[in-house]
Design a protein around this ligand. Sequence first.
Ligand code: ZN
Length: 198
Amino acid sequence: MGNIIKNDQFKKGLQELLQNKKFKRTLKIIYKEKKNQILSVQSCQIFDNDFSIKQRLDQREGMPIIFEHNCKILLDVTERQRYFDSCTLCNKKIKWDRSLSFCPNCKQETTYQLAYCLVVKIIDQISEDNQVTYKATMFGEAAKYLGISAKDFSNMSHDSQNDYLKNINEQKSHIVHSLKLEFKKNLVIQEILTQAIQ
Ligand SMILES: [Zn+2]
């Protein structure tokens, strides 16, 4: 254990951790061991704000989860998925059957409205180098983020839509947001909670 006590980085990191009990922090130690005895500490790092998105999802092993996380949002003009016909009762996607609109979720005929299902990129601000990127879908929050209704947005030409998205990126893609994220099969931005303070 001698090597650990001598390791200045380890001591400094541990002190910092102990002095900041009120913050959720994670101490990551990479060490060498032999016959269950720790030989030396290779590295020691403290993470603020607990886990990365990958760590959170790995912990759940594919089970659904809702969590808050700091991310940047990058609109992706290469994504074709932007809006869809949504059931006015349950907001899920309707199916067209002989020109009747049938909701498989409500199991009945229904009326529909155009709604966003905008696929965007989110950049995890707790990941390595703050660069790890995921696809996530924005439903209702997209209207707020883009500042335009799904109907008005859909009436624009594809090129105009792309210009609109690029313009929003220029204004907002540097901002770190606190996002309420849901994972079932994919990541969904349920809510943009705040502009996080960095
Ligand atoms: Zn429905």
